[in-house]
Design a protein around this ligand. Structure first.
Ligand code: DHB
Ligand code: FE
Length: 280
């Protein structure tokens, strides 16, 4: 039987990917950003997940205003790297797990979560930067990936509670997959940031820290937090944090926090990263 063994969250700042790709990771500005991921890199090497269910958002790379799926699942065998304006990042193509993805799609849809099934999709920094942070610069990614793309770009994004409930449905789907697979679920994006308008550059450390605390110990308090709280407190792009609740919903009520990293500055965004394991 497949089992979810860990939940990981991380920001997906594109400049972090560019720093790695351009050999700048050891520079004084970036070194403390990457240092906070050493724990997770060792953890991934030690625990060797087979598959990562990677909850992320597309930034008008694969989707645009012509179609806007709220929840999409990538069911392809592989996902090419998107060109976001500077050519595709020099990272390996992402390998899917089509059979598990179709199983999750079937299970969730029959469980009344109407996912959009995607059979061809390029993946952008929302997916590739978390991969680079966890696995470094490699010739081939050491895991297969089931991408779950969430709309947090065009209003209205899904509610935090809807994300939580989808996470629970994904956990049921994984638990009913017959093959013995070590599966992780990642929630990506965030933390506080706003990229445009008069409040561009907004960072809210106190609010982010409280979010991390509650994510581990009191997630019920986050489930029903309205969108306006994310926007007001964490900036317009802080709404990416609803995606973390899909991860958290999938882990069940009690978790153990193995590692936490919070760092400012990194581009325009507060870096937030946490490693959780579900408790029985
Ligand atoms: C930045 C952060 C993001 O989440 C994003 O999608 C693009 C840019 C930034 O910090 O610059
Ligand atoms: Fe983003």
């Amino acid at each position: 039987m497949a089992r979810i063994t860990a939940g990981i969250t991380t920001s997906h700042i594109p400049a972090v990917g560019a720093a790695l790709d351009n050999g700048k990771a050891d520079e004084a500005y970036w070194q403390p950003v990457f240092a906070g991921y050493e724990f997770a890199r060792t953890y991934e090497r030690d625990t060797k997940p087979d598959v990562v269910i990677l909850v992320y958002n597309d930034h008008a790379s694969a989707f645009d205003m012509t179609f806007i799926p709220t929840f999409a699942i990538g069911c392809a065998d592989s996902f090419p790297i998107a060109d976001e304006g500077w050519g595709p990042r020099p990272v390996p193509e992402v390998q899917g797990h089509a059979d598990l993805a179709w199983h999750i799609a079937q299970s969730c849809i029959l469980d009344e979560f109407d996912m959009t099934i995607i059979n061809a999709m390029a993946v952008d920094h929302g997916l590739t930067v978390p991969m680079s942070l966890m696995f470094g610069q490699v010739d081939a990614w050491p895991v297969k990936v089931v991408p779950i793309a969430v709309n947090v770009v065009t209003y209205p994004p899904p509610s935090g509670n809807r994300c939580w409930l989808l996470g629970e449905a994904i956990a049921r789907a994984v638990a009913s997959y017959p093959e013995d697979l070590n599966v992780q679920i990642w929630g990506t994006g965030g933390m506080s940031h706003q990229l445009q308008g008069p409040r561009a550059g907004l960072i809210n450390k106190a609010w982010d820290t409280a979010f991390l605390d509650k994510l581990t110990a009191d997630p019920e308090a986050l489930r029903h937090m309205p969108h306006i709280d994310y926007l007001r407190e964490a900036g317009s792009e802080g709404i990416e944090l609803v995606m973390w609740l899909i991860m958290r919903g999938a882990l069940g009520p009690k978790v153990r926090e193995l590692h936490r990293h919070y760092h400012v500055p990194a581009s325009n965004t507060a870096v937030g990263h946490i490693v959780l394991e579900p408790l029985p």
